[in-house]
Design a protein around this ligand. Structure first.
Ligand code: HXC
Length: 259
């Protein structure tokens, strides 16, 4: 089925796919269907052997201004429980390929949470990251209190979550929330550049390395080091590791096949 609220380009650049949130009039407010479409597209691209890195973007004015308030407004707690929207978010989080958010304009509420669910963020200088849910009588629900706190520390995260005041792209870069900030005309190209540099690497090693970095957030050091070591050993079962090291010794570029 053709998605209604997103545009998917499997080969936006060689081996790099693009998903663009496409509800511009609503500032890409994340209704349930849009989130389902994003999760389904990610699942498909994750299985596509021609795709090595995925970029997720919105438009210049908004990455996404949050969950769709109009859709949520009348819901009860039990409606929310039964809708179980966070299973969709869990599915997004399970994407195994590197996922880069290219963010311009508003990244608020669920929009901020969605880009923090990605592995890296390239921001335009107009990007604004915020968790304004407190202003509408609720709070972040898709990981905002956890990921923002881990990314920028308790004091600043607490302030953003309790005041709803957004953070500029420059400050987000200073706090390590985003990888880089570029002029507004360049954020998507910059995300593609970053994606292309990763797409050249072994997809097997990239997958195992991504898993290992993510594990650092979920466990204590001893268990994290153990996990890393197992994944490190596993790369030695790949043809890519043999190719990568042979290419180094033979002083030629490596050609990784993802096997
Ligand atoms: C539904 C939204 C929306 C949202 C904007 N719109 N954000 N619709 N849900 N989250 C709609 C507006 O209603 C309006 O449509 C159109 O987009 C343009 O928005 P304006 O407000 O006219 O634009 P502007 O004056 O430039 O203000 C931009 C804004 C503001 C500052 C981003 O729209 C805003 O504050 N939006 C809500 C931000 C927010 O609270 N996000 C958190 C949501 S809760 P109409 O048709 O009315 O003109 C959340 C919880 C996540 O994300 C939980 C887990 C999933």
């Amino acid at each position: 089925m053709t998605p209604e609220f997103i545009l998917v380009t499997p080969q936006a650049r060689p081996q790099v796919a693009l998903i663009q949130l496409n509800r511009p009039k609503e500032l890409n407010a994340l209704n349930l269907q849009l989130m389902q479409e994003v999760a389904a597209a990610l699942q498909q691209l994750d299985q596509d052997p021609e795709v090595r890195v995925i970029v997720l973007t919105g438009n210049e004015r908004a990455f996404a201004a949050g969950a769709d308030i109009k859709q949520m407004a009348g819901r009860t707690a039990i409606d929310m429980l039964l809708i179980d929207q966070f299973s969709i978010w869990d599915q997004i989080r399970r994407t195994t390929k590197p996922l880069i958010a290219a963010v311009s304009g508003f990244a608020l509420g669920g929009g901020c949470e969605l880009c923090m669910t990605c592995d890296m963020i390239v921001a335009s200088e107009t990007a604004r990251f915020g968790q304004p849910e407190i202003r509408i009588g609720t709070m972040p629900g898709a990981g905002g209190t956890q990921r923002l706190t881990r990314a920028i520390g308790k004091a600043r995260a607490m302030e953003m979550v309790l005041t709803g005041e957004p953070m500029s792209a420059d400050e987000a870069a200073r706090h390590g929330l985003v990888n880089r900030v570029v002029p507004v005309g360049q954020y998507l190209e910059e995300a593609f550049r970053l994606a292309a540099s990763i797409a050249k690497m072994s997809p097997v090693a990239a997958r195992l390395a991504k898993e290992s970095v993510n594990r650092a957030f979920e466990t204590h050091l001893d268990e994290g080091l153990h996990f890393e070591r197992k994944n490190f050993y596993m790369t030695f079962a790949s043809e890519d590791q043999k190719e990568g090291m042979a290419a180094f010794v033979e002083k030629r570029p490596a050609e990784f096949k993802g096997r």
